[in-house]
Design a binder for this molecule. Structure first.
Ligand code: CA
Length: 226
């Protein structure tokens, strides 16, 4: 996995580079916005760690906007100074995937990096697929083996979350916090109930295909081939 760091504070940039290299990532560093943008557009990085405030003709947010305009969906972790924490919304709106407030602990950075790299490449596209299940977030359609599947809005949200996190064990709490908001009426068995609905639509009608929704007793659920 190849990572680009764009950070003008040499000390931070070099420490992060060294730490990531110890984790066996291939790391390049740019110390200003123009070099960073040039490298980001010319090399196939798997992840970019991007400081918000940078010297040069643009800044971190500008770089995010330019890359996304070029349809470059490389995962971007934005670094934000503590007093600029309100910028995080602007960064995420521009298309960054995550942000980290400086100063940060390296263990936290590495956790974010790993999480971003685990995401399927297609995470930012509107069409997601896993095996023969295809989900389109533009028109809310789902198909398996080409057959249209009718889902409610909540079932769709649940399936989208499961596909984006395919092959990972997800606890009920994690699923709940990503698919249901605070205002929802949630009963202790809500997740089970919805998993049952999804199974009856995604797995049961396709007995000749591998089941994709699995219960990990005591842990939660996994979406994926066994
Ligand atoms: Ca800076």
């Amino acid at each position: 996995m190849r990572i680009l760091i764009v950070e003008d504070e040499h000390k931070i940039a070099n420490a992060v580079k060294q730490g990531l290299e110890q984790q066996s990532y291939a790391v390049d560093v740019a110390y200003d916005a123009d070099d960073g943008l040039a490298m980001a557009t010319s090399e196939p990085y798997d992840l970019i760690i991007l400081d918000r405030m940078l010297p040069g003709s643009t800044d971190g947010i500008g770089i995010v906007q330019i890359l996304r305009k070029q349809k470059n969906h490389v995962p971007i972790l934005l670094l934000t100074a503590r007093d600029k924490i309100l910028d995080k919304a602007a960064g995420l709106n521009a298309g960054a995937d995550d942000y980290l407030v400086k100063p940060f602990a390296f263990v936290e950075l590495i956790a974010r990096v790993r999480a971003l790299l685990r995401r399927p490449k297609q995470a930012l596209d509107t069409s997601l697929s896993y095996e023969d299940v295809v989900l389109d977030t533009d028109n809310y359609s789902v198909t398996r083996e080409g057959a249209q599947i009718e889902l409610t809005a909540r079932e769709f949200a649940l399936l989208e979350y499961m596909i984006r996190n395919a092959e990972r064990v997800l606890s009920k709490d994690t699923i709940m916090s990503h698919v249901w908001n605070y205002d929802s009426d949630i009963l202790p068995n809500t997740v089970e109930v919805y998993m049952g609905y999804l199974r009856s639509k995604i797995d049961k009608p396709f007995p000749n295909k591998p089941a994709l929704i699995h219960t990990k007793r005591g842990f939660g659920y996994v979406f994926g081939k066994k």
